[in-house]
Design a protein around this ligand. Structure first.
Ligand SMILES: [Zn+2]
Ligand SMILES: [Zn+2]
Length: 324
């Protein structure tokens, strides 16, 4: 598997996942960047957007879905998420399109089919804890409703989706398996549940939110209401919560890689997040040489290539791709 962060943080998130011979199965987990930026970064990774088989959505907030309308219009990838997330996106689209046509489309009919067998959509809050509006006007032609807690096989990648607590319709994380390697993605989650820990424990590469430093958030410029929303059990994970989750899923059988993700630009810094997590791990007596810990930048981030883990001198590959 090859995993490349195309952008991470409150301003936009997207991960490229490749697996199979010549990386033939290519997925995005979230597409929350401006579409032109996303496409430029895909090209930097050597991938054409037309090669993206599917976009897996963790939830509907704008910093995870921004590029979706243009991507769908131009390249028509499959969109995979919990049915309630798909319904929320379709509802937004429907409200917009009613203003012009008022007619039901095939898209709406196919989404209705998904919804009949799944749990009903919860109404999201005024908007998500990412502080963003939700993406609208989605031409959702090809969708795969994957209720959280279920798995499916897409090309060379097995996808397991699990629920996470966040103030969206049906937020989820993903455990992706291919070629004997597993990658777990948990972003935008206010707390950590047993099913999340079980998925994280299996990961060779764990992409885990470390959104804020609690003290910095409390002292910072956000309104009281926003601070409380971020700190709530359906808000965002702090550095300390991320460290506790890492400790609870500690593995003694070999190396693992951990990318701290979705860092707030206001309430965190890469140095603060790294230092905080390392301090908690050391205080708990964890052997730091067993983990490769890094923070994901807002821009193009590192690449993790499992096919090189067993060949390189240090058993791992860690490249940073620079943006032109
Ligand atoms: Zn977010
Ligand atoms: Zn969110």
């Amino acid at each position: 598997m090859r995993v490349i962060s195309l952008g991470s943080g409150s301003s936009g998130n997207a991960l490229l996942i490749e697996a199979g011979p010549n990386g033939r199965t290519r997925l995005l987990v979230d597409a929350g960047l401006p579409c032109r930026t996303l496409i430029n970064r895909l090209h930097l990774a050597g991938v054409s957007p037309a090669q993206i088989l599917a976009v897996l959505l963790t939830h509907e907030h704008n910093d995870h879905t921004l590029a979706l309308p243009t991507l769908l219009k131009r390249y028509d990838p499959l969109v995979i998420s919990d049915p309630a997330t798909l319904a929320t996106l379709a509802d937004n689209s429907r409200q917009e399109s009613h203003a012009t046509t008022g007619s039901q489309t095939g898209t709406e009919q196919s989404l209705s089919l998904c919804l009949r067998e799944k749990r009903p959509a919860r109404l999201p809050g005024e908007h998500g804890a990412c502080g963003k509006r939700m993406t609208t006007l989605l031409p959702l032609r090809r969708t795969l409703a994957l209720p959280a807690g279920n798995s499916c096989l897409l090309g060379d990648i097995e996808i397991f989706s699990f629920p996470v607590p966040h103030d969206a319709a049906a937020p989820c994380g993903y455990l992706l398996s291919a070629g004997g390697c597993r990658v777990c993605v948990v972003v935008d989650s206010g707390s950590v549940t047993p099913i999340m820990l079980e998925a994280m424990r299996q990961a060779d590469l764990l992409v885990l939110e470390a959104n804020h430093d609690r003290e910095r958030l409390l002292r910072g410029p956000y309104t009281y209401a926003l601070k409380m929303r971020i700190l709530s059990p359906t808000g965002h994970l702090s550095n300390e919560q991320a460290a506790q989750a890492i400790l609870q899923t500690w593995r003694t059988n070999g190396l693992r890689w951990i990318w701290l993700a979705h860092l707030s630009q206001v309430n965190n810094t890469p140095q603060l997040a790294l230092r905080s997590v390392q301090r908690h791990l050391v205080e708990a007596g964890a052997a730091l040489q067993q983990v490769h810990l890094a923070t994901l930048p807002r821009t193009m981030g590192p690449a993790w290539d499992s096919t090189r883990l067993w060949h390189d001198e240090y058993w791992w590959c860690y490249e940073t791709l620079t943006e032109r």
